[in-house]
Write a protein that binds this ligand. Structure first.
Ligand SMILES: Cc1cc2nc3c(=O)[nH]c(=O)nc-3n(C[C@H](O)[C@H](O)[C@H](O)COP(=O)(O)OP(=O)(O)OC[C@H]3O[C@@H](n4cnc5c(N)ncnc54)[C@H](O)[C@@H]3O)c2cc1C
Length: 233
């Protein structure tokens, strides 16, 4: 664990914030897209701290985590201010194996965090690779990194962005947002999603479990699926 210093905090949605930070000397450790770190506040439980995915891509002059306020740890992180110091571990995990395969990322809510890192890293390193993000949220206002994702879509014709909103009350929304839950089977059958791509899933346990099982049902080989589960309840 090493003390890091907060450089910036951006509120992405009503309950999600991104915290930007570096080591105290301003340097940034090497990590792989999709990895996570542990944050430790010594006066909070559990004593080993909690895991947070890096939402930035490697190679930038900062690290970032994107955190949803749900309890003590996440509130403490979202309340951090520039110049605050906090304890951070080195990075670990292997959600993303950087092969040449096309990738389909499926996320819900703050589950976008590691996916955003992977998308940015992949499009930068291999702009020809097909990258599809299927991202679901309750309402349009809950979509984290919407502007950044739309900019990526403008810049990279091979980046497909599919946005679902499940509880949007507004009846006059832009048709680029699809109302209701997505039907994975239909998306695979209609070739909206490519069954031969690698799949990377991130979100809460029920979401990841359901999609994982649906992918298996649709004959996606298990070795093509990677998952990250943020919380279980
Ligand atoms: C590998 C890994 C990576 C993770 N990366 C991130 C990340 O990038 N961003 C992030 O915000 N969290 C991430 N998490 C979850 C994080 O570690 C904490 O569990 C989370 O912040 C809740 O901790 P807490 O102490 O604030 O709340 P707790 O007291 O643990 O939880 C309070 C309540 O909120 C529920 N809850 C927990 N998480 C969520 C959620 N996302 N949405 C809705 N309800 C929830 C809990 O089930 C509980 O009922 C990650 C977890 C793992 C294992």
């Amino acid at each position: 664990m090493e003390e890091h210093i907060v450089t910036k905090v951006i509120k992405n949605t009503k309950d999600i914030s991104t915290i930007y930070f570096t080591k105290k000397d301003g340097s940034v450790p090497i990590f792989d897209a999709g990895q996570y770190i542990t944050v430790l506040f010594k006066d909070l439980l559990p004593p080993e701290g909690k895991a947070y995915s890096l939402s930035c891509r490697p190679g930038l002059p900062y690290l970032s985590i994107t955190v949803k306020r749900v309890g003590k740890y996440s509130n403490r992180i979202c309340d951090l201010k520039p110049d605050d110091k906090f304890l951070v571990s080195s990075s670990y995990g292997s959600l993303f194996e950087d092969y040449d395969q096309d990738i389909t990322l499926i996320g819900a809510g703050v589950g976008i965090a590691p996916l955003f890192s992977i998308i940015n890293d992949t499009l930068l390193k291999n702009p020809k690779r097909k990258v599809t993000l299927l991202y679901t949220n309750k309402t349009i206002k809950d979509i984290c990194f919407l502007k950044e994702l739309e900019e990526l879509k403008e810049k990279h014709p091979n980046f497909k962005l599919i946005l679902h909103v499940t509880k949007e009350k507004d009846n006059q929304i832009d048709p680029k947002f699809i109302k209701g839950r997505f039907n994975l089977e239909e998306y695979l059958k209609d070739k909206v999603l490519d069954v031969t791509s690698d799949f990377i899933l991130c979100g809460h346990i029920n979401f990841v479990k359901d999609i994982y099982n649906d992918l298996l049902k649709c004959k996606v080989p298990v070795e093509q699926i990677s998952t990250e589960i943020f919380f279980e309840s």
